[in-house]
Write a protein that binds this ligand. Structure first.
Ligand SMILES: NC(=O)c1ccc[n+]([C@@H]2O[C@H](COP(=O)([O-])OP(=O)(O)OC[C@H]3O[C@@H](n4cnc5c(N)ncnc54)[C@H](OP(=O)(O)O)[C@@H]3O)[C@@H](O)[C@H]2O)c1
Length: 259
């Protein structure tokens, strides 16, 4: 079991949802935190709440899709913290898309944040981790990686890319004693899912999701996926022949898109 007390943890997308809740839980476990997101006021609120656990918490305004910004912010983090122990790649966006429109700007943002954001931030710690022969990268992907769900094409594709990227990292970095964990949540109640217009089976509160993630980090589990029902549902959907998946997925198109 990995001890979290005293670890220096960087979390991207810590201003809301899973990242925010994870920051508070890790502060409770005794971790010092560097919290990144674009909305600094929200980050400062999280930092104030986390400080009650007597840990060091620093906030950094950072758009993870901007490589220059990521480089500058990590330079500041490295100056302040003697070393980084764990990097949580959590920042993400999700858009519902209308196939009849030009939605390419949403595609650019989705891949820039969900995939390139991971690559840029991971790139800032990997050389140091290799030199130190230790470190952990926790990437938040999604069970949505498994199938191309309608109106979520960019999101599903971005999470498939994130999962395979993290898998490659896991294999390549093993010999340097660097752990790479991939988190694949089902539906979690956060601002991201609050805007969904469809039914979300097996949705769980964010605190429960974060408890599962923290337990998985302590156990250094390569894949942290939840909940049981969601994982089983996705396995079944993945095993279906395409004609049957298409038939079921078509049902989602019956409801009009929320504006
Ligand atoms: N909720 C779910 O059901 C679910 C399921 C599976 C996977 N996930 C994944 O879990 C992660 C967190 O999602 P969530 O549900 O907690 O969503 P959320 O509440 O919308 O939080 C998303 C976070 O990402 C940050 N972010 C977005 N764009 C960014 C950018 N360009 N640079 C830096 N930070 C950025 C946001 O901060 P700012 O807006 O302040 O920048 C926010 O803190 C995402 O990767 C998501 O895909 C969520």
């Amino acid at each position: 079991m990995m001890k979290l007390t005293g670890k220096n943890v960087v979390i991207t997308g810590a201003s809301s949802g899973i990242g925010r809740s994870l920051a508070l839980q890790l502060a409770k476990e005794g971790c010092s935190l560097a919290l990144l997101a674009r909305r600094v006021e929200e980050l400062e609120t999280v930092a104030r709440q986390a400080s009650q656990y007597n840990v060091i918490v620093k906030v950094y305004r950072c758009d993870v899709s901007n490589k220059d910004e990521v480089e500058k912010v990590f330079a500041h983090i490295k100056k302040f913290f003697s070393s980084i122990d764990v990097l949580v790649l959590n920042a993400g966006v999700s858009f519902r898309t209308d196939v009849r429109k030009d939605e390419s700007a949403k595609a650019v943002q989705t891949f820039a944040v969900n995939v390139l954001g991971m690559v840029y931030c991971a790139g800032q710690v990997i050389p140091d981790f290799i030199q130190a022969k230790k470190g952990m990268i926790v990437g938040i992907s999604s069970l949505a990686e498994s199938r191309g769900f309608p109106r979520s094409g960019f999101y599903c594709a971005s999470k498939a890319a994130a999962s395979t990227y993290l898998e490659s990292l896991r294999v390549e970095l093993k010999k340097y004693n660097i752990k790479v964990l991939t988190v694949k949540p089902g539906f979690v109640k956060t601002p991201m899912t609050d805007k969904n217009e469809f039914k979300m089976p097996f949705i769980i509160p964010v605190e429960k999701a974060v408890q599962i993630i923290v337990d998985g980090i302590k156990k250094e589990k390569k894949i942290i996926q939840f909940t049981f029902g969601a994982v089983l549902g996705i396995k079944i959907l993945k095993a279906l022949p395409n004609w049957l998946f298409d038939f079921i997925a078509q049902n989602q198109l019956k409801k009009p898109l929320k504006k």
